[in-house]
Design a binder for this molecule. Structure first.
Ligand SMILES: [Zn+2]
Length: 160
């Protein structure tokens, strides 16, 4: 939920100072890996959180009220982009568009199985590639379900 307008003062309870959304802790290594060259010049040794609110421009914020927006990152943050063509897996590039093409061509997407096999082989790098600093598998699994439902609805509409 977006509570519009900035809230004064530092975030005591881990809430985004702009949207008031509860933020999940991320490692400073993740923040350092993903900030642009310019944004990295103002990073401080603090504890960082990720704001998941889609309507909020803030990606990272600190307990001191420092914020880093979408333009401060080297990659698009899918949570803050419109549904349809977003890259969900920052390690191996699985995207909504790719999942949709796969469902159109083969009737199902095996993105989750592909990622799981790569994770098991020790090849994922979520802590330095995914802005959230955590594994994308749950997100990709939800996206496959959502896109499958969208494709089925389109097919049904086409038969009417
Ligand atoms: Zn926010």
């Amino acid at each position: 939920m977006c509570i519009c307008g900035p809230r004064p003062g530092p975030s005591q309870r881990g809430e985004c100072p702009v949207s008031g959304t509860a933020g999940k802790t991320v490692e400073i290594l993740t923040v350092k890996a993903l900030l642009t060259e310019t944004a990295l010049r103002r990073i401080t040794n603090s504890s960082y959180r990720f704001c998941p609110e889609p309507a909020c421009d803030v990606v990272y914020f600190t307990e001191n009220g420092d914020t880093y927006g979408k333009a401060d990152l080297r990659v698009p943050v899918w949570q803050k982009e419109p549904f349809g063509a977003r890259i969900l897996c920052y390690c191996f590039g699985e995207s909504e568009a790719g999942i949709r093409d796969e469902i159109d061509a083969e009737g199902a997407s095996h993105a989750v199985e592909r990622i799981r096999a790569l994770i098991e082989a020790g090849r994922c790098a979520c802590e330095v590639r995914n802005p959230r600093g955590a594994c994308c598998l749950g997100d990709v699994s939800m996206a496959v379900k959502r896109i499958t439902a969208t494709v089925l609805r389109t097919v049904e509409a086409g038969h009417r």
